[in-house]
Design a protein around this ligand. Sequence first.
Ligand code: TYM
Length: 332
Amino acid sequence: HPRVFSGIQPTGDLHLGNYLGAIMNWVKMQETHECIFCIVDMHAITMKHDPKSLARATRELTAGLIASGVDPDKAILFHQSAVPMHGQLTWILDCVARIGWLDRMTQFKDKSGADKEGASAGLYVYPVLMAADILGYKATHVPVGEDQKQHLELARDIAEKFNRDFGVDLFPIPEPFIQGAATRVMSLRDGTAKMSKSDPSEMSRINMLDDGDTIMRKFKKAKTDADALPSEVAGLAARPEAANLVNIHAALSGQTAADVLREFGGQGFGVFKPALGELAVEKLAPIAERFRELKGDKKTLDGILHRGAQQANAIAEPILQEAKRAVGFLKG
Ligand code: TYM
């Protein structure tokens, strides 16, 4: 039984990387698959956070996802902390995952910085919570950006080890679904760094709620080399900034990078950047407008999350019971 699960953290603003790497695929898949989309507020407390901002960010992300096309009548949309399975299954999976596996996770190394000893234990087991998110719904497909690949491999390893250790066929092995022309959107200031909400430079990313002028300015100021665009994709190989802008164009216009270069090959950035900016404004302005209509309606947003949590819980609870039985816990 195919089932889609994916998650997103309520920290910082939604940016173009989230949209092109993940949310665009969510919106497509909700038309053809059973989909569960989760605002992972439990992941968001693994780093120092402000409780008031977290509550606000959770509602705003709900509005942002709906504005981006996630339809709570087609997909289940809810926040993680509202469904008890996530925490409970995480404990069981903590006892399946190996320290050696977690030690290899590059995100912990990046996010804990210089002070590993001072990082929260939650940050260390972050990928196990993520595995519980996925396995707790027996999800088969997980649409994410490229940066989540290592976490998905860990979730697969945990599912396999659980099934093997306890002699069951409980968890399907989830498939990462990393697709589109921009599965790894890079910073506009550095073609070798991922576009991310934690980059201190606002110029490094396009936020989904940026106004038209800001979007145009950020693309026009994006770092590039001085050459014209090549006419074939191979010509982008050693040009990460140019490749990034071409991929963004392709993802926004629903084409391949080759299509974009067929149109813009031989042109300089003086032509390409404004064209890209206009395309982005055309695609993002309606999303920002819809967001502004939705974001103040606390009651509606909370209602959507509440209903989503009940739907999610109805799927997760029996699977949690199966997992508890498999490890030998008596019924309560
Ligand atoms: P998060 O909140 O960092 O990002 C949400 C989604 O956006 C994608 N993404 C990108 N894609 C392309 N280019 C980029 N520059 C870029 N930046 C972000 C991410 O790959 C992700 O798909 N750990 C996850 C959340 C999570 C999750 C899950 C995902 C928790 N549990 C279970 C899938 C399944 C995270 O922090 O994503």
